[in-house]
Design a protein around this ligand. Structure first.
Ligand SMILES: Nc1nc2c(ncn2[C@@H]2O[C@H](COP(=O)(O)OP(=O)(O)OP(=O)(O)O)[C@@H](O)[C@H]2O)c(=O)[nH]1
Length: 758
């Protein structure tokens, strides 16, 4: 069993974490000693078990353009959720169901994750049928919208990792893989685009093993190649599966394995058994005794090891050619977990933070615990997506936000089908729904008020790029209305006002991310905007502890201002679960500062973080510890304590060896092999470090780590260096200290702007 929310992952995965700060940090959490949670308090009834056994919550995630939306469209079609198939950027100009925003349809990319649900009937080996209810979230592939993947994976029980049969494991595949590990999400792999020339599933299987470092084996082999790809051999149940009829709706199963693939099928079934023997004891024992496992034993071992995060079964198909999608759905039902197979935990906020977490139970009669994982502004007010983990949620119920303590009534409850919704009266545990008219933030936990449970939220990466924005012409209230809405919906989109330049600055995960919001302001809010040049989101941090004793004293005419704060600031590591790396701690005992002034001190600290004194960039990686202070019965006020804190922080910051951090990007370039040296040379001149490269057929891939500051103008350079045949994508890796000369340059430039203002 997996424990979600407290970081107890499979021991195997601890050692298998791929590159990256987030990954190693996640491993660090996993290594924290955790007490084993007590068994859930609420027992499942027969009815619960019956319902949960046939319930799946899955995500479809992958590198950009791997075919997630195309695949989801087929899934919806075969399960009867949509009446016809429409293609991404298709000629009928309708667009795929899950890309419901106009912008998504125009650009052919997924921007927001979309949720839907469907029923799928599997046919058992004995011919009997079994119906499963599946909730699906289709997520964007582009790294700029990575928060959508984070929040989907936070609440899903399993995932389909889609890979292109030619391109294989790409940079965003490793990112998604890391996100799946962060939330302990078991996955089955789907090698899509088997119709493409050069499709090679065996190379992809070996890349999953070597690059994603998870044992994997194909559970199918293809029948026919490229244009002639027409079906698969199911290696587990030893049968051939073909798609026939209009849009591949008819699944034809034959016990006869075509002669031309028979020996490959035998070889690959053996390989599957050997891989399973490495991760599953039962198969391991059979192999040791030289006994052939039965089909059912193989299927059970695949399910066990997939749910245990030790293995990923690999399926093959072509979404666009409507081939082998139904067997993938059977695989989802057979090998991915149902909600009762994951052990989910929550903090009981009425207990000390060190208390062990409480296991939740997906029992319908237990007290409600649900997590609001996504917000969207709809036509009827705020739409809050919620995953119910324990208990049931009913329309008109009173529910409690465990962060704010506020009580709200659920006026309307719906199940989402992309941008359409279906009203429902109640929803059980293990389900995903959306509620209307409930004010909350993304990541809030809701209960029925009888418990104080709170679930950990999701990881939020830091923005890497920012730009100044203003309305073209007179600013209407819609300008800030739009920004406020986007900020609330998307925690990776930040807005702040630069106090010196009085400019509104928006920050996000990449140029595309910000561009899409600027475009949405125009389309959805009728606000045309003028934007400045994109700027790298540098940050400042401290490298050592610095103590402060600070008195803020002012005597002017009337009431004076008096506040004294003492304490220290120290470097702080990022919390791998939430991505937070700033904290305020109050260690005052004995009332040297009355408690009603503490929030003002906390506010002052967060205000001081907005602008570092070196370069004017935001400060991160700092813990502020308040240990002592003093007040005056008449002259102290919230304002005085806020000002004292800002002054104290600035003073301490100067003594804490402050440095500038810059975002480092993982850049992946794919180009024809003849341009390899040009491309590598180009990356070198931008101070890039090549971390991986691969040549296949006449194409090569290079992966490098390059400071974002060095990446401006790269698309032009790459075009020139590859006669327009090279492509690149990049994603945020982490913030690292900037080189000293860059830091000095930034400091000088900042000093000049300050002087110019005087
Ligand atoms: N040859 C081939 N092309 C495919 C297949 N599946 C999808 N495509 C094409 O690949 C492109 C990308 O497909 P999408 O479904 O938009 O991919 P996506 O992963 O959802 O894209 P993003 O959400 O933007 O990351 C489209 O042009 C599809 O027509 C396939 O099985 N074979």
């Amino acid at each position: 069993m997996l424990v979600r929310g407290c970081g107890r992952l499979s021991p195997l995965l601890h050692s298998l974490h791929p590159l990256g700060r987030a990954a190693s940090a996640a491993a660090a959490v996993a290594a924290k000693p955790q007490e084993t949670p007590a068994p859930p308090q609420y027992k499942l009834t027969e009815k619960d078990i019956q319902r949960l056994t046939f319930q799946r919550n899955i995500g479809v995630s992958a590198h950009i353009d791997s075919g997630k939306t195309t695949l989801t469209e087929r899934i919806l079609y075969y399960t009867g959720r949509i009446r016809d198939i429409h293609e991404v950027r298709g000629r009928d100009a309708v667009g795929a169901k899950m890309d419901s925003m106009d912008l998504e349809r125009e650009k052919g990319i997924t921007i927001q994750s979309a949720a839907t649900f469907c029923d799928w009937e599997t046919t058992n080996v004995d011919g009997s049928k079994q119906k499963y209810a599946i909730n699906i979230i289709d997520t964007p592939g582009h790294v700029d919208f990575t928060i959508e993947v984070e929040r989907a994976l936070r609440v899903l029980d399993g995932a389909i990792l889609v890979l292109c049969a030619v391109a294989g494991v790409q940079s965003q595949t490793t990112t998604v893989d890391r996100q799946m590990r962060r939330y302990g999400v078991p996955r089955i792999s789907f090698v899509n685009k088997m119709d493409r020339p050069g499709a090679n599933p065996w190379r992809i299987v070996s890349q999953i093993r070597s690059k994603l470092r998870i044992p994997a084996a194909a559970v199918q082999i293809p029948i026919g190649v490229e244009d002639g790809f027409k079906g698969v051999v199911d290696l587990v149940h030893w049968r051939a599966i073909y798609n026939e009829g209009q849009k591949g709706v008819d699944v034809v199963i034959s016990d006869e394995i075509p002669a031309d693939v028979l020996s490959l099928a035998q070889e690959k079934r053996q390989e599957l058994i050997e891989q399973l023997a490495e991760v599953d004891e039962e198969i391991g024992d059979l192999v040791l005794e030289d006994l052939p496992p039965s089909n059912d034993q193989i299927a059970d071992a695949i399910r066990r090891s997939t749910i245990g995060l030790k293995f990923s079964p690999v399926f093959l198909g072509s979404a666009i050619k409507n081939t082998a999608v139904q067997p993938l759905l059977d695989g989802v039902c057979a090998y991915l977990p149902n909600p009762s197979q994951l052990e989910v935990v929550a903090h009981d906020t009425s207990l000390p933070v060190t208390a062990p977490q409480v296991p939740l139970s997906p029992a319908a009669d237990a007290p409600l615990v649900g997590l609001a994982f996504k917000l969207e502004e709809g036509r009827f007010g705020q739409l809050t997506y919620m995953r119910v983990y324990q208990g049931s949620l009913k329309k008109s119920n009173l529910i409690y936000n465990s962060r704010t303590g506020k009580k709200v009534k659920v006026p309307r409850l719906v199940r989402m089908h992309s941008n359409e919704m279906e009203d429902i009266d109640s929803i059980g545990p293990g389900e995903i729904c959306a509620i209307f008219g409930v004010e909350c933030s993304s990541g809030d936990t809701f209960t029925d008020g009888s418990t104080s449970f709170s679930m950990t939220s999701m990881f939020v990466p830091e923005p890497v790029i920012s730009l100044a924005i203003r309305a073209n012409g007179i600013e209407t209230p819609n300008f800030s209305r739009a920004l406020n809405r986007f900020k609330k919906e998307d925690p990776t989109f930040r807005v702040h006002m630069d106090q010196e330049s009085k400019e509104t600055i928006i920050s996000g995960m990449g140029e595309l991310h910000l561009e899409i919001y600027v475009e949405r302001m125009r389309r959805e809010y009728n606000v045309d905007c003028v934007t400045g040049k994109p700027r790298v989101a540098f940050r400042e941090t401290i490298s050592k502890r610095s103590d402060f004793v600070y008195v803020h004293k002012k005597q002017t005419g009337g009431a004076g201002q008096y506040a004294k704060v003492c304490g220290y600031i120290e470097p702080m590591e990022m919390d791998p679960e939430t991505g937070k790396d700033v904290a305020f701690e109050n260690h005052i005992m004995g009332g040297t500062i009355p408690t009603n002034y503490i929030p003002a001190i906390e506010k002052g600290f967060f205000e001081a973080l907005e602008k570092g004194t070196l370069t004017g960039n935001p400060i991160s990686g700092v813990r502020f510890v308040l240990t002592d202070g003093g007040y005056h019965i008449v002259d102290s006020s919230e304002l005085a304590f806020r000002n004292a804190t800002i002054g104290a922080f600035r003073e301490a910051f100067r003594g804490a060896n402050a440095i500038v951090l810059e975002p480092i990007m993982k850049v992946e370039v794919v180009a024809p092999s003849e341009f390899q040296s040009n491309v590598i040379g180009g990356l070198n001149t931008r101070r890039g470090t090549i971390v991986d490269s691969e040549v296949r057929d006449d194409e090569f891939t290079a992966i490098a780590e390059v400071a974002l500051n060095e990446m401006f103008g790269y698309s032009n350079q790459l075009r020139g260096a590859t006669q327009g045949k090279g492509e690149f994508s990049m994603e945020y890796k982490n913030h690292m200290p900037a080189l000293m000369n860059l830091q000095m340059e930034l400091e000088d430039a900042y000093k000049k702007t300050l002087l110019a203002k005087k």
